[in-house]
Design a protein. Structure first.
Lengths: 296, 617, 498
């Protein structure tokens, strides 16, 4: 059974992630009064990329991208998708937190070997941005874990199934709002699209990738979209009893953040970090204190 | 195996090494390696033994006692193993330098006195070895001359301040209980008042906090680490600094005892709670300072300050998980920081001492093994799952969260995220990117340097995938302090509030990596091209550096730099200058005019008589 | 003078004084025979003294030896009291004298050598006399000999600085001597005796406060030689301009003998315990002033001289606590200071010869040029700071231990100040060690070690420092009984006046 789950959950994540990619292009096009590509376009792109030639800059260039994709795939195994969670008892939230590091680190190592200044700038921005949103994110997650007195994400979900969503429970309300405020930063979309910034630094870390490399990078990107949203659904929207509801919740969240993406311009990296360290952090901080008071 | 003999071999070996150096360098080096390896073997043989023995010498009527138990075995093993690796690493690094005899003597002396500290069963021998360690370290830190001299002086002055505080503590215990045997003290101290215990803990903490570079007593460390000879950095950062940790364990849990030590003070102002907060501050601020560094050794030095905070937080929380996390992190940190310093050493060796991050780059092609070592080292430092650093950090985070210290947990976690920034900077600036023209002909590091690096890299993975092996030992230490035993399995920790199972993670990572690799294999094979091809798109590129390294995190620097000046160090330096001018002022008492001097004599006589009349003594 | 026969065949303690004194006067005569042999005479004399003192040591531990001169019994004669303290100091003086004399063989090459050796013998004879005598006027006489020979030796080099500081020393010393003499005169007027035991007995019976004024005079007078603040202004000049071998003796022996006299008068003669607290403060003040002044010196010998002031402060502090522990610690610190400072001055002496300057900065690269001498200096410095495994550590340990045993809060503060002094001491000594080993040196300076005759005494000093540091039991037995002799007035009186 566990074996099936282990195969099933990354596959699901992959399908949904790629679907989200296609969907986002479609919705963005419609908002901008364009027709937009078909929803299957990312799938076609990935398949096409696998058949194309590419250049490499060395062993680490190859390994880094594998590392990054593997990190994202493993992370999916730790996330409960409805009732499916193959690695529920192997480390909990803390491992998830760390696994979220692997993907950007892999890309960074791979891109670093290319010596392309655009790549390096992109990586530097990625890490700064990550530091920016981790401050509120960690406060939020710690508030959750402290409130539910567990470090296992499966427990967090199951408690919410019994007592209602964390997002609407009073002690965690502020934390939830803070999470919503930083969600675009976690997903790397506007107004926090500083890392890719295709008009500015030629897609940053992606600049050197072509062919299969770009395909893997796209898949990784899709997975990280999926993970970012699934994490929010699990932590604050109570997960779900079955897959369908889970995906519906994800879809709603995704469409909402797409609107944000469409409506806002890109910030500069300093502006982004300043924003992240101001309002979301303040809310998360107050949220944490509330949790502590309730706990006492 | 008698401990007395062990120490005699350790100290005697140091001196014999020195003398052999007068005959031949090769014999000396062989002997140094032999001595350090035989110490490892001898200590390994002590596993599981519990015993005390008093050695022949008495010190002013105080018996000197050596004892071994799991705690001392654990630390001694780490000290001797890392010491041996550092000696091996030194063989090539120190070749053709001046005063190598002196270097080896002091290196082995430092190791021997650390073993002495660890095996001491009473506080007086503890103190004696502690002081010997301090001064021999001082001599080694100053070895490189130039700025190293100031660094050494700073180290030894802070160190003396610490040991003077400790001396007061030791002597006060002696005056109160008439014994300095740790075991006896632990029994007698149960009846002491809380105020006295608090005094003891604080006075000892000053010494240990200085050694462990706990903020705000950390200021000696960055300069000392940066200027010490690089092979010695391993010993210095790996174990010597962590003697402070050993000291904290000793005073808090062995002598005062967990139940008393964790109940001193009231409310939020409990001793261990404040200590944990100092640890948390020590995690955060140095981590951010490390991000700003452009000097490879300084960066690692600030990182070591920060990592020390984790250990303190771990043991100060006072739970079995925290304690294990703290002790385990001491070992883990020692492993990867030694490895990282060795990597810097290898780079320095091949580049003629270059350690400015901005003038390096692209060494992955030239020194691949060193790169792998560095990669594993920073993985351990960040705490990526399946490396050793992850397990110990996991333990610490978990206990912080579950015991309801979310802000401490926040400090610890944010430290890790800051850590990623400087770790990436470290590896990126040295190994990735563009290779400067002048290093086109750099060779691989020699084998005697690679060997310790390989062993340590292996250890990082080994303890990361099979953490149960060291955790079992640490659990024994924890239970000997009176903590509840953890449910240690070979793959990690099992418990209701969150299980850690590294083998699952390992298997999963292995499988998905293979899948990802296969996916890459599906496509056509990539063509290997020069680095600048894509970027320049065929156009001519500038001859000099085009790779982006200087001011790598520029936007962040601009934001945080104003808040990260080392105010504490500036304050100490100001204080030192103030003392200096006070001393200069005092000198004026001696005017050089003999009339004044005679006046002093007469005044003294008058004073004596005045006192007599005033108080009729 | 035949009482020595009573005591199980040991040598007569008076030999300790008579032999060197005799040779001091015979030296010019021997000079007629051979000039070359002159410099070996102090070596022989102090070797003899050392042997005698060491043979006496086990005997006096059982019972003090009294030597009555002139056939009368005390209090009607001049007597020597060879108790544990006296013999301990005699041995120490003989040891330091011997080693420094060996050093002198090569160190003193210019000037009126013959006079140097005479004065050297006189100086140490007088020191031995001071610690052995049981008569207060005799003490004064020996003291004068000691002072006068030191004035002259300070000026031995004959340069302007030497003569100037010698004159300054002379003026202050003369003031001190006269104060001492006034004090003795007053005592004689009050009690009609000069024997210390007899005086002590009479003072016990009338109460010590009635004899306060003579005590104040005597303490002030002796305090000058003992270098107690603020009476020590002569010391930095004198110690730094004397030849290094003389500085070693002045720092290691002369001021300690001065302090011994102060302590003997305070403890045995007057026993004015209510005044001890004052000396505790004075000790700490002396310590701090000495260390702070030493910290700001650029001249190596001045730095060492100020450091001696600091050490004297520590010793005074220990004695003034006046418990058995503390006095043991004080005596121990005296030994430690003699060995350590002696070693430092000897090592510094040859480094100065080689570099040609007393500036600390000119010692750069000495670690390479004269490795053994540099090692000696380092060990001496570490020992004085009180680092294990050197002798400075157990002595400091004992002192602080005994101070901690005092309950009063003020002692805790004083301990803090003493430890602060230690930190400052560490700072300046380590700075010099760094200059010697780790400062960038000038190129082309070849290895040029001190001569063997100078290295041997340094080496022996080092061995003593390390051996006692590792195994303090070598001396603690003697120190304990010496401490009890100093503290137990009644016993002293009883043993002298049967």
């Amino acid at each position: 059974m566990q074996m099936i789950e282990m195969i099933l959950s990354p596959l699901l994540a992959l399908i949904i992630g790629i679907f989200f990619l296609g969907l986002s292009r479609k919705i963005m096009a419609r908002i901008q009064w364009r027709y937009g590509p078909p929803i299957t376009q990312p799938v076609i792109d990935v398949i096409r990329l696998f058949s194309q030639k590419s250049v490499s800059h060395g062993k680490l260039f190859n390994l880094g991208i594998i590392f990054s994709l593997a990190g994202s795939l493993v992370l999916v195994l730790f996330l409960p998708l409805a009732q499916i969670c193959p690695l529920s008892g192997s480390g909990g939230m803390l491992v998830i937190l760390y696994m979220m590091l692997l993907a950007p680190l892999g890309i960074a190592l791979s891109g670093g070997e290319s010596a392309n200044p655009n790549t390096s700038i992109g990586i530097s921005r990625k890490f700064i941005l990550a530091l920016g949103y981790e401050v509120p994110l960690l406060l939020i997650l710690l508030a959750l874990m402290t409130h539910y007195k567990t470090i296992s994400i499966v427990h967090i979900v199951s408690i919410q199934q019994n007592t209602g969503w964390a997002f609407v429970s009073l002690p965690l309300l502020l934390s939830g709002i803070a999470y919503v405020l930083i969600l675009p930063a976690i997903l790397g979309i506007r107004p926090f699209e500083v890392v890719q910034a295709s008009q500015e630094i030629s897609s940053g870390p992606m600049a050197e990738y072509g062919g299969p490399f770009l395909a893997l990078a796209t898949i990784q990107h899709a997975l990280s979209l999926f993970i970012g949203i699934a994490l929010f659904v699990n932590l604050f929207l109570g997960g779900a009893g079955n897959l369908l509801i889970f995906f519906l919740k994800m879809l709603v969240v995704f469409v909402l953040v797409l609107f944000v993406n469409a409506a806002l311009p890109r910030l500069r990296i300093e502006q982004a970090v300043k924003y992240l360290w101001r309002w979301p952090t303040l809310l998360a901080f107050i949220g944490m204190i509330i949790v502590l008071i309730v706990r006492r | 195996m008698s401990l007395e003999l062990l120490l005699i071999i350790a100290f005697g070996g140091a001196i014999v090494t020195y003398l052999l150096g007068k005959i031949s360098c090769r014999i000396r080096e062989g002997f140094a390696v032999l001595i350090s390896l035989s110490l490892v073997v001898m200590i390994a043989c002590l596993y599981g033994e519990n015993g005390t023995e008093s050695i022949y010498f008495h010190f002013l009527g105080l018996p000197l006692i050596m004892r071994t138990n799991m705690l001392s075995w654990f630390f001694a093993m780490a000290v001797s193993a890392l010491g041996a690796l550092s000696v091996i690493f030194s063989l090539n690094y120190m070749k053709n330098r001046e005063r190598t005899d002196f270097y080896y003597l002091m290196l082995l002396m430092v190791n021997a006195s650390m073993l002495g500290i660890i095996f001491s069963g009473d506080l007086i021998s503890f103190f004696i070895f502690w002081e010997m360690m301090s001064w021999s370290t001082f001599l080694l830190i100053s070895y490189n001359r130039g700025p190293a001299v100031a660094a050494g002086l700073k180290y030894i002055i802070m160190s003396i301040i610490g040991s003077m505080a400790m001396l007061v503590g030791v002597l006060s215990l002696y005056a109160t209980y008439e014994t300095l045997n740790m075991a006896t003290l632990a029994e007698l101290i149960g009846s002491a008042s809380s105020g006295y215990l608090l005094f003891l803990l604080i006075i000892f903490s000053i010494a240990f906090a200085i050694k462990n570079a706990l903020m705000p007593l950390h200021t000696w460390l960055p300069a000392a680490y940066a200027e010490a000879p690089t092979p010695f950095n391993g010993v210095l950062s790996g174990m010597l600094t962590r003697m402070g940790m050993y000291g904290f364990l000793l005073i808090m849990y062995v002598i005062v005892g967990a139940t008393r030590a964790l109940n001193l003070g009231s409310g939020l102002f409990k001793f261990h709670y404040i200590l944990a907060w100092l640890g948390a501050i020590t995690i955060v601020i140095p981590t951010f300072i490390a991000i700003l560094q452009d000097d490879a050794k300084k960066l690692l030095a600030w990182s070591a300050v920060g990592q020390g905070g984790y250990m303190i937080v771990g043991i100060a929380v006072g739970t079995n998980l925290g304690l294990s996390g703290g002790i385990f992190h001491t070992l883990n940190h020692a492993i990867y920081i030694v490895l990282l310093f060795m990597c810097v050493g290898a780079i320095q060796y091949r580049t003629g001492g270059e350690r400015d991050l901005n003038s390096l780059g692209g060494f992955i092609k030239k020194m691949p093994f060193t790169f792998i070592g560095t990669l594993l080292g920073i993985s351990g430092l960040v705490g990526i799952p399946l490396t050793n650093g992850f397990v110990s950090k996991w333990l610490i985070y978990k206990t912080l969260i579950l015991e309801g210290y979310p802000f401490l947990a926040f400090a610890a976690l944010i430290g890790t995220w800051g850590c990623i920034l400087y770790c990436y900077k470290f590896i990126h600036h040295i190994f990735l990117g563009q290779l400067p023209g002048k290093y086109q002909n750099v060779q691989k590091a020699p084998f005697s340097m690679l060997l310790p690096m390989i062993i340590l890299s292996f250890a990082i993975l080994f303890f990361g995938i099979l953490p149960g092996i060291p955790l079992k030992i640490i659990d024994t230490i924890g239970t000997s302090f009176g903590f509840k035993s953890m449910n240690v399995t070979i793959w990690g920790i099992a418990s209701e509030t969150g299980t850690l199972n590294t083998i699952n993670i390992f298997a999963a990572v292995l499988i998905v990596s293979i899948i990802a690799w296969l996916m890459l294999k599906i496509g056509p094979k990539a063509v290997s091209v020069a680095q600048e091809d894509t970027y320049a798109a065929g156009a001519a590129i500038p001859k000099d550096k085009y790779h982006y390294t200087v001011d790598f995190y520029n936007p962040l620097y601009r934001m945080i730099t104003p808040y990260l000046k080392d105010f504490i160090d500036a304050f100490y330096m100001k204080f030192a200058h103030w003392i200096q001018s006070l001393c200069n002022g005092t000198r004026r008492v001696y005017t050089g005019y003999v009339g004044n001097y005679v006046m002093y004599i007469v005044l003294f006589l008058a004073l004596l008589i005045f006192i007599r009349l005033k108080w009729s003594l | 003078m035949d009482d020595a026969g009573l005591f199980s065949g040991g040598p007569n303690p008076i030999l300790l004084v008579v032999v060197p004194l005799g040779f001091a006067f015979a030296l010019p005569l021997i000079g007629f025979v051979s000039k070359k042999i002159l410099k070996y005479i102090p070596v022989g004399v102090f070797m003899f003294n050392l042997v005698v003192a060491l043979r006496l040591l086990p005997l006096v531990l059982k019972q003090p030896i009294l030597v009555e001169i002139g056939g009368f019994s005390p209090p009607f004669c001049i007597n020597l009291v060879a108790g544990p303290v006296g013999i301990l100091f005699s041995a120490l003086i003989a040891l330091a004298g011997l080693l420094v004399a060996v050093y002198t063989l090569v160190y003193i090459k210019e000037g009126p050598e013959e006079k140097y050796h005479i004065l050297y013998l006189l100086l140490l004879t007088a020191a031995t006399g001071v610690v052995l005598t049981g008569d207060i006027f005799n003490l004064f006489v020996f003291f004068e000999i000691l002072c006068i020979s030191s004035y002259t030796l300070v000026a031995y080099v004959g340069n302007r600085a030497g003569i100037e500081s010698s004159v300054k020393y002379l003026i202050q010393g003369a003031v001190g001597s006269s104060l001492l003499l006034i004090g003795i005169g007053l005592l004689y007027g009050l009690f009609g005796t000069l024997n210390m035991a007899d005086l002590a007995r009479q003072i016990v019976s009338v109460g010590s406060s009635s004899a306060f004024i003579p005590m104040a005079f005597m303490i002030t007078g002796l305090g000058i030689e003992a270098a107690i603040f603020p009476l020590n202004s002569w010391l930095p000049d004198a110690h730094s301009s004397a030849p290094s071998s003389v500085s070693a003796i002045l720092s290691g022996i002369a001021i300690e003998v001065g302090l011994y006299a102060v302590v003997r008068i305070l403890f045995t003669l007057f026993g004015l315990s209510s005044f001890f607290l004052f000396f505790v403060f004075l000790g700490v003040l002396t310590l701090l002033i000495g260390e702070m002044c030493a910290f700001s010196q650029n001249n190596i010998k001045r730095m060492l001289a100020y450091s001696s002031i600091g050490q004297i402060g520590l010793i005074l502090f220990a004695f003034a606590i006046a418990t058995a522990y503390a006095v043991t610690g004080g005596l121990f610190q005296m030994i430690s200071h003699t060995l350590g400072k002696g070693l430092l001055f000897l090592a510094a002496g040859y480094m100065i010869v080689r570099s040609g300057s007393m500036e600390i900065s000119s010692l750069k690269g000495m670690g390479k040029r004269m490795p053994l001498t540099a090692l000696a200096f380092t060990i001496g410095a570490f020992s004085l700071v009180g680092l294990p495994p050197f002798i400075g550590f157990p002595s400091k340990f004992l002192i602080i231990r005994s101070a901690l045993a005092e309950e009063a809060l003020i002692f805790n503060i004083l301990i803090g100040l003493i430890l602060l002094g230690t930190v400052i001491e560490g700072a300046y000594f380590f700075r010099v060690v760094q200059v010697i080993y780790f400062q960038k040196e000038n190129e082309h300076q070849k290895r040029h070690e001190a001569p063997v005759a100078a290295l041997i005494p340094m080496f022996l000093f080092m061995i003593a420092i390390v051996a006692i540091g590792i195994y303090p039991k070598l001396v603690t037995g003697i120190l304990d009984s010496a401490a009890s002799e100093l503290l137990d007035r009644v016993d002293y009186i009883r043993s002298v006046i049967q």
